[in-house]
Design a protein around this ligand. Structure first.
Ligand SMILES: [Zn+2]
Length: 185
C-alpha cells in the first residue's frame, strides 16, 4: 500500500482457495472474517494471491485529516504528531508563523494547530489567501486559558485547546473538521 497514512492497515485474512488477501485494522478482524466467508461462496479459484482487498480503506480515508502542527518547541511538535498519527491522521510540522502559512497555502491541510506564542498574523494570512476554503484554525493555549482564548478569537482562530490537549478532545475536533480535498473535488 503506497499511502503512508494507511500503515495501520494490514492483511488480516486470506482466501484459502484463491489467495486473495483481506486488509484492515486489527479491530476489523471479525468483520473481515465474515467477508472471507462471503467471498468463499463466490470464489472463482483463479490465483489472486497478488491482490489485497481493503474494504475499510475508504472508511479510514474519510476519517483521516491532514493536520499542520505549529510550535517552536520540537518536543511539543513531536508529542502532538505522535498523538495525531496514532489516530491515523497525516501531519506536517512548522516551527514558526512563516512556515505555518506556507504549509497551509501549499499543502492545503484540513486543520492547523498553532501554539499560542505564534498566533500573530497566521490566521489572517491563511484566511486572506484561502477564503472560505481555509482550514480549521485551532490555537493551542496554556495557562491563563480565558485570556488566551480571547486572544485566539481576536486573532481569527476558530477555536482553542488547552495544551497539552486531551487525546479525546483533540480527536473530536480534528476528526470533525471538513476535508479540504473533498471540498475541492
Ligand atoms: Zn477466493
Amino acid at each position: 500500500m503506497a499511502d503512508p497514512a494507511a500503515t495501520n492497515t494490514g492483511v488480516l485474512a486470506r482466501c484459502a482457495r484463491c489467495g486473495l488477501a483481506f486488509a484492515g485494522q486489527p479491530e476489523d478482524c471479525a468483520r473481515v472474517t465474515e467477508l472471507v466467508v462471503l467471498h468463499t461462496r463466490y470464489c472463482l479459484r483463479d490465483d489472486r494471491s497478488n491482490e489485497v482487498w481493503a474494504p475499510y480503506e475508504a472508511v479510514y480515508a474519510s476519517l483521516r485529516r491532514h493536520v499542520v502542527v505549529v510550535d517552536a518547541d520540537r518536543e511539543a511538535r513531536k508529542a502532538l504528531r505522535s498523538l495525531l498519527e496514532r489516530a491515523g491522521h497525516r501531519v506536517d510540522e512548522a516551527e514558526d508563523a512563516r512556515g505555518a502559512v506556507e504549509l497551509a497555502l501549499t499543502r492545503q491541510p484540513d486543520v492547523v494547530l498553532v501554539d499560542v506564542d505564534l498566533l500573530g498574523g497566521v490566521a489572517a494570512r491563511i484566511r486572506a489567501a484561502r477564503g472560505r476554503q481555509a482550514p480549521l484554525l485551532v490555537a493551542l493555549t496554556r495557562g491563563g486559558h480565558a485570556e488566551d482564548r480571547r486572544r485566539a478569537r481576536a486573532a481569527g482562530f476558530d477555536t482553542s485547546l488547552l495544551e497539552p490537549p486531551d487525546t479525546a478532545e483533540i480527536e473530536r475536533l480534528v476528526a470533525a473538521a471538513p476535508q479540504m480535498t473533498r471540498l475541492r473535488a
